[in-house]
Each structure stands twice: as structure tokens, then as C-alpha cells.
Design a protein around this ligand. Structure first.
Ligand code: SF4
Length: 335
């Protein structure tokens, strides 16, 4: 059976159920790279120019970790999934960038996805992707339908059950594959925010906020402080679009939903504060997170911006986080 490796980075958190369903329906065995570690991130960073954002460096490390594990590594070039809404240039050239930086990577199975090119082009791209497995168009069509259904179910599950991607992906990944569980509070122990239950919105790209190495476990640290964390995936798609229309007009970037839409939605839904996480060197993030910061501050909603790269110190990040939570808890106590 052909083994296809999927790197656990970038669009993995959004599309893994869809990709896995498609590849398995074509008869492939899917293997996933391990969780990001320091060694893995360093191996990826060593192949990239210093200015590259940390998620792309880590992605490169995931590709390298799949060497010897698979016959192909799946790296799609996703330009646009919605008409006239685009991904950043890193996604557009991802397979070529990896080919150039990692000549020792397994052969790359790539596909160009750009809905602006029309349905015919899209179908042709999908058929070309399936060629190593089958030339039968009926089989490819069936696999595509199943994959779209898996994607719809995944998105609905997260929004209806208020789950984050690592929870929703759990059953699809090998048991105990390295992700640490959130630290739980011992019975009767007062949370460090002084007993006040806080709700904070964490906004940013899924490949940043759910990667425990990149964020120094920011999400589970907040949960450990007794904070209820809400994230973009918990917001219904229609509400995200309405929030973007309200704050920003029409979307241009694919991830405006997870940053501007979620930031605007949560600002208006009465959360106690918003934390915007961005990758150092990311142009789209620096604009969008700044926009959310201004909108949040206009409404008196506390906002913390966190910029991450491979040099971010864990202690400094933790201190800022604790100070932010503490400030909000005092504010809440003071009524
Ligand atoms: S959007 Fe930003 S963080 Fe994401 S890949 Fe592009 S530059 Fe990197």
C-alpha cells in the first residue's frame, strides 16, 4: 500500500480530515509527522532564510521528519478556497519552496487549488493529484465527495460542540502521539485569577495557536489559570462573515475569519479579553491583529498581542500572560 505522509503544520489543522478521507478512499495509507519539538523546528529553520515565519520553518521540519516514513509527502499549494479571497504567498509556493529547501524530502504529492480558475481546472487538478493511485474518474469523484463531507462534518463538530482542532482531530491521530493534556486544577484549588472565572478569546491561525511548541503551551497555560478559552473554530461561519463585513468590509485574505472575524465577534459577545497571537515577520497578521486591537480597545475590551518566533522566551511570555489575566481578574472584582 502506498504510504502518504502529511506534515503536522500549516493547513493540517483545517483540512486534515478532508485530506485523509480523500487519500484513504484512493487506497493510500496516511502517516502524520510527530508533534512539533525543538529539534524538529530547528531542523526546518536550518533550511529556510531567517526572515521566514516560524510556522513555515516548523512545517519544513515536519517534512524532514517524514523521511523514510512514506512514499510521498502531501504538500498542496492552496491559493484560494473562496472566490477572490487569497492565501499568503507562502502557501502559493509551498511545494516548490520545500522542493528547493529540502531536496532530501520524500517525493512531493502536490496540487494547485485555486477556485478562481473555475470548476474545470479544479477538477483537473484533483484528477492529476489522484494519478499515482488511480486513473478511474468515478473513484476520484467518490473520494472527493467523501472528502468534502468529512470536511463539513469536522467544521460543524467544532462549532456545535465548541471543540478546538486538537480535540476534534484526536480520534484520527495515533493515541498518545505527544500532545500534552491541559494541566487540570486540583479539586478545591483556587485558580490563579483569584477565583473569578474569566473567558478569553484566543485568535490567530490554527497552525500557530494549536502548536504547543510555537506558543509555549499558551492555550493549556490559560486553561491552567482557570480561564475559559474560546477560539475562532467555535464561531459559526455565518457569524464570522458578519463580523468581517461589520469591521472590515469584504475579505481579501483567507484567514480574515480566524483573526478579524473572530476578534470582532468575540469583542461584541462580552468576553473578558482578547489575545491576538501572530507570527513574527507575517505581513497579513501584523495588519489584521492591529485592526482587531484597535476595535477591541474602542469598546474597552482588554487586548494582548503576542508575537512569536523561535527566539521567544517562555518565561517572558508567561509573565505577560499572568499579568494580563491578573489585570482582567482585578478589573472584574472591582466590578
Ligand atoms: S500567513 Fe503569516 S504566519 Fe501564515 S504562512 Fe503566511 S507569513 Fe507565515
Amino acid at each position: 500500500m502506498t504510504r502518504v505522509g502529511v506534515p503536522r503544520g500549516l493547513l493540517f489543522y483545517q483540512y486534515f480530515p478532508m485530506w485523509r478521507t480523500f487519500l484513504e478512499a484512493l487506497g493510500a495509507e496516511v502517516v502524520v509527522s510527530p508533534v512539533t519539538t525543538r529539534g524538529l523546528a530547528i531542523s526546518g529553520a536550518s533550511r529556510m532564510v531567517a526572515e521566514t515565519c516560524i510556522p513555515v520553518k516548523a512545517f519544513c521540519g515536519h517534512v524532514l521528519a517524514l523521511r523514510g516514513q512514506c512514499d510521498y509527502v502531501f504538500i498542496p499549494a492552496i491559493r484560494s478556497m473562496t472566490p477572490r479571497v487569497f492565501n499568503c504567498s507562502k502557501f502559493l509556493g509551498l511545494p516548490d519552496m520545500v522542493r528547493a529547501a529540502c531536496p532530501d524530502a520524500p517525493p512531493i504529492l502536490d496540487v494547485d487549488i485555486d477556485v478562481n480558475q473555475g470548476r474545470h481546472e479544479l477538477y483537473q487538478a484533483i484528477y492529476r493529484l489522484a494519478r499515482p493511485f488511480t486513473w478511474n474518474p468515478v473513484r476520484v469523484k467518490k473520494a472527493t465527495v467523501l472528502a468534502l463531507e468529512a470536511n463539513r462534518a469536522y467544521v460543524e463538530q467544532m462549532s456545535q460542540q465548541r471543540q478546538i482542532p486538537p480535540e476534534a482531530l484526536g480520534p484520527l491521530l495515533p493515541a498518545g502521539d505527544g500532545r500534552e493534556a491541559p494541566p487540570s486544577l486540583a479539586a478545591g484549588q483556587a485558580p490563579s485569577n483569584g477565583g473569578h472565572r474569566l473567558t478569553l478569546a484566543l485568535i490567530g491561525h490554527p497552525y500557530v495557536i494549536y502548536d504547543d511548541y510555537i506558543t509555549h503551551r499558551l492555550l493549556s497555560r490559560l486553561q491552567g489559570m482557570g480561564v475559559d478559552v474560546v477560539t475562532p473554530e467555535m464561531v459559526p461561519e455565518a457569524a464570522l462573515e458578519a463580523a468581517i463585513a461589520n469591521l472590515d468590509g469584504r475579505s481579501y485574505w483567507t484567514y480574515e475569519g480566524e483573526v478579524v472575524g473572530a476578534g470582532g465577534y468575540y469583542r461584541d459577545s462580552g468576553v473578558d479579553g482578547v489575545i491576538g497571537v501572530l507570527a513574527f515577520g507575517c505581513g497579513p497578521d501584523s495588519l489584521m491583529v492591529d485592526l482587531v486591537k484597535h476595535y477591541a480597545q474602542d469598546k474597552g475590551c482588554p487586548f494582548l498581542g503576542v508575537t512569536l518566533d523561535e527566539h521567544t522566551g517562555e518565561a517572558g511570555l508567561l509573565t505577560r500572560l499572568e499579568a494580563f489575566v491578573d489585570m482582567i481578574a482585578r478589573r472584574k472584582r472591582a466590578g
